[in-house]
Design a protein around this ligand. Structure first.
Ligand SMILES: Nc1nc2c(c(=O)[nH]1)N[C@H]1C(S)=C(S)[C@@H](COP(=O)(O)OP(=O)(O)OC[C@H]3O[C@@H](n4cnc5c(=O)[nH]c(N)nc54)[C@H](O)[C@@H]3O)O[C@H]1N2
Ligand SMILES: Nc1nc2c(c(=O)[nH]1)N[C@H]1C(S)=C(S)[C@@H](COP(=O)(O)OP(=O)(O)OC[C@H]3O[C@@H](n4cnc5c(=O)[nH]c(N)nc54)[C@H](O)[C@@H]3O)O[C@H]1N2
Ligand code: SF4
Ligand SMILES: [Mo]
Length: 686
């Protein structure tokens, strides 16, 4: 038996553990005590992260669809077909979906393939559904779109304000730092329409209607300014635009009574929250999908930044805007440029100097994609249905939009309109079922690589067993397709380290990193620009990343979500997760210890709403939106606000995304997964 230390493949916390390998096969998980992130502790998903690895369902051979049925094929046959098809398309006729589940090396390879081989501007990934608002919003006000502080330093906060994050279920080992702060006397404020396990540990719960975050935050800022609790020094020295902010938030629209009416939170609670937050000495904001997944996602994110600038809670331990990134490597996939507007490290594709830098370094004989922005995945689905023929081919690595994207009927139309689709995954899923070719990929335990956690910590995956059957690492598959298409010399890598080194040389924030430097328990936080640089756990200590070094405030008027409840669809539906399941369930539903805890979905209904509907706990109900309907079990609970309902989106048999709306934030193009209107009907047995 041997122990191989590696990084958890689930959430962006970035915990480490040992994979226990017995006779060449992963057999279990053992703690790795020296990780500064989790100090040997794990949540249930980490504890059971070995269970899906050797599932009999793993893809082991390429599959080609023939007469509507998948047939096993050799790599040679699959690559020949793919290369011939891919070569038949013109620049910008293909699109790529990269993956926050795979390594930095895999994503860099996909980005290079998209821009260099397909010569397409269209590459994106699930960050679009997740923290696109963070990337856009924080970059606009701070000059950098990442979590400002490190996880460990949350324990030093004197007040933790959690808004739109169910931290204990979705980032449990960050939740542990909140409990440390609480044990040290910090006040915990929790803003969420539901009283989740996280909320139950809070000192104050602001139970508000989904979609009213800006109103709540403007109200708190008005109270802070009225009482004179703002940090005048910080505002004077480090911020511009304070007068604009003040003009907006001091409007009578945001007085306590008005805000209370719109948000549904008692005025006195808002008052207490403002006081605790402004006067603690070190207040940290933690947020996640409750903030970002809205048509006003960018506004929400900026408002979180503004309240921190207003109170001087930036650049010190125990403070900051802590945007909790979701997937294990969503930070890294963004850093690698798996986005339609940037190369690595957010070097803009429309910047001629950056375009030339990559074109020169990559040396594709026939050039790279033009220096214009491409389509986001959410826009892509509209283009596929509305501008037929513009995009003909899609190459998907490690994503399952047929369960995770909003409005699944629309997504299905979009994907079915493609001429050719290749899906590369570790399991068959609802998306690969629609593909023409499916390629078997190695999972995290079967390859070396790096992933970047929410706190910008770049950590290693280490190979512990061989992939099943003929499965191969993702970047190797990408490189072999490129080679078949005549681009072997542009993908010369022998090891993951070769890929990393090429990437680091083109990526200022990773430039000082090497596998050797990362190969230690604390690894390195970016930015790490030189080989001597120790890495950067806290951003914005003395100045922001904006051109003049100042944070940028502005006034943000409150706007409602796109689709509000009305007479026909009277309830507000919000969606999210539970601790036992992961997204579309491809891995957790194949992990017996996790699947048995929550084997199917449910809808949370407030007891008063249930009574009015005549629905009992455990009954099946029909939930209907303007886009679709599902049947699902009712869970009647007073933890959810009256008028609001919640469905976890993990379960295809009662898929929340049949109901959700593809309404987008105008800047981030993130869908409003957290608010749409539904009606609920009792199912009457015939
Ligand atoms: N177990 C588990 N852990 C995960 C994941 C998983 O699938 N399973 N996914 C990972 C990923 S990719 C991500 S992005 C993170 C997401 O982590 P979270 O953001 O914590 O997850 P969600 O459950 O989507 O939403 C969080 C909370 O937002 C609340 N909410 C709903 N509407 C609103 C609103 O309008 N405003 C506010 N302020 N709150 C609202 C919901 O009630 C919910 O409790 O989790 C990561 N961790
Ligand atoms: N209604 C609603 N919808 C949502 C959300 C919500 O809160 N509400 N949240 C959104 C968010 S935040 C996110 S991040 C998305 C997630 O959406 P997706 O990324 O589509 O969901 P996953 O289930 O994580 O899909 C990842 C795929 O990668 C595969 N995979 C895992 N490891 C590897 C690997 O090493 N190589 C390859 N090639 N494949 C691999 C898995 O088998 C799986 O098929 O969902 C979004 N959808
Ligand atoms: S908190 Fe996240 S990274 Fe840590 S063990 Fe759980 S799923 Fe894995
Ligand atoms: Mo996410």
């Amino acid at each position: 038996m041997k122990y191989v230390q590696t990084t958890c493949p689930y959430c962006g916390t970035g915990c480490s553990f040992n994979l226990v390998v017995d006779e060449g096969k992963v057999a279990g998980i053992a703690p790795y005590q020296r990780s500064p992130v989790n100090e040997g502790k794990l949540c249930p998903k980490g504890t059971f992260a070995h269970e899906f690895i050797n599932s009999p369902d793993r893809l082991t051979k390429p599959l080609i669809k023939k007469a509507g049925m998948f047939v096993e094929a050799s790599w040679d046959e699959a690559l020949t077909l793919i290369a011939e098809k891919f070569k038949s398309y013109k620049p910008d006729e293909c699109a790529c979906l990269a993956s926050a589940r795979t390594s930095n090396e895999d994503n860099y390879a996909m980005m290079k393939f998209a821009r260099g081989v397909f010569k397409t501007r269209h590459i994106d990934h699930c960050a679009r559904l997740c923290h696109a608002s963070t990337v856009a919003g924080l970059a606009a006000i701070f000059g950098s779109g990442a979590m400002t502080n490190s996880i460990g330093d949350i324990a030093e906060a004197k007040c933790v304000f959690i808004i739109g994050s169910n931290t204990f279920e979705n980032h449990p080992l960050i939740g542990r730092r909140i409990m440390e702060a609480k044990a040290n006397g910090a006040k915990i404020i929790y803003a969420d329409p539901r009283l989740t396990p996280t909320g139950k540990q809070a000192d104050l719960h602001l139970q508000f209607y989904s979609g009213t975050d800006v109103c709540l935050l403007n109200g708190m800022m008005q109270e802070i300014i009225t009482k004179g609790w703002e940090d005048k020094e910080f505002i004077k020295n480090r911020v511009t635009g304070f007068e604009d902010l003040k003009k907006e938030v001091m409007k009578p629209d945001y007085n306590l009574d008005k805000v209370s009416k719109i948000t549904g939170v008692p005025a006195n609670s808002i008052k207490i929250a403002a006081e605790w937050f402004a006067k603690s000495g070190a207040s940290a904001i933690l947020y996640s999908m409750g903030i970002t997944q809205h048509t006003v996602g960018v506004d929400n994110v900026k408002s979180c930044g503004f309240i921190q600038m207003l109170t001087g809670n930036l650049g010190r331990p125990g403070t900051g805007v802590n945007a909790l990134r979701g997937q294990n490597n969503v930070q890294g996939a963004c850093d690698m440029g798996a986005l339609p507007v940037v190369f690595t490290a957010y070097q803009k594709v429309i910047d001629p100097a950056a375009h030339k830098k990559f074109a020169d370094a990559w040396k594709f004989k026939d050039g790279i994609a033009k220096g214009e922005n491409g389509y986001e995945v959410t826009t892509l689905m509209d283009v596929l249905t509305e501008k037929k023929g513009e995009i003909k081919c899609l190459y998907v690595m490690g994503e399952n939009p047929m369960v995770s994207d909003p409005d699944l009927t629309h997504v299905e139309h979009a994907l079915k309109s493609l001429e050719f689709m290749v899906v590369q995954d570790i399991f068959m899923n609802e998306t690969s079922a629609l593909a023409d070719v499916v390629l078997p990929a190695a999972c995290y335990a079967e390859k070396d690589g790096t992933q970047t956690s929410t706190e910008r910590r770049v950590q290693m995956w280490r190979k512990s067993q061989n992939p099943p059957g003929e499965a191969k690492g993702d970047w190797e598959i990408i490189a072999s397709i490129a080679a078949r298409m005549g681009y072997a010399e542009n993908f010369p890598w022998k090891t993951s380290e070769d890929v990393f080194n090429e990437m680091a040389a083109l990526t200022p924030s990773y430039a000082g990193m090497t596998y050797q430097r990362l190969n230690k328990p604390e690894a390195l936080h970016w930015p790490c620009p030189t080989k001597e640089h120790p890495g950067t756990p806290i951003l914005h200590k003395e100045k922001f990343g904006t051109p003049d070094g100042k944070g940028i405030m502005s006034g943000i008027p409150f706007k409602y979500q796109k689709e509000r409840p009305d007479n026909d669809y009277p309830f507000l539906l919000t969606t999210g997760r539970c601790i036992w399941q992961w997204h579309t369930g491809t891995m957790t539903r194949r992990s017996a210890s996790l699947e048995r805890e929550e084997p199917t979905g449910w809808i949370e209904i407030n007891p008063e709403d249930a009574k009015a509907l005549g629905v009992n706990n455990g009954e099946m109900v029909k939930v209907i939106s303007r886009r679709g309907e599902i049947k699902i079990t009712a869970r009647i609970t007073d933890t959810i606000k009256k008028g609001v309902m919640f469905i976890p989106f993990h379960f295809i048999e009662c898929a929340a995304n049949m109901l959700t709306i593809n309404a987008l934030d105008p800047i981030a193009k993130i869908p409003e997964s957290k608010a749409c209107a539904v009606k609920v009907e009792k199912i009457v047995e015939a």
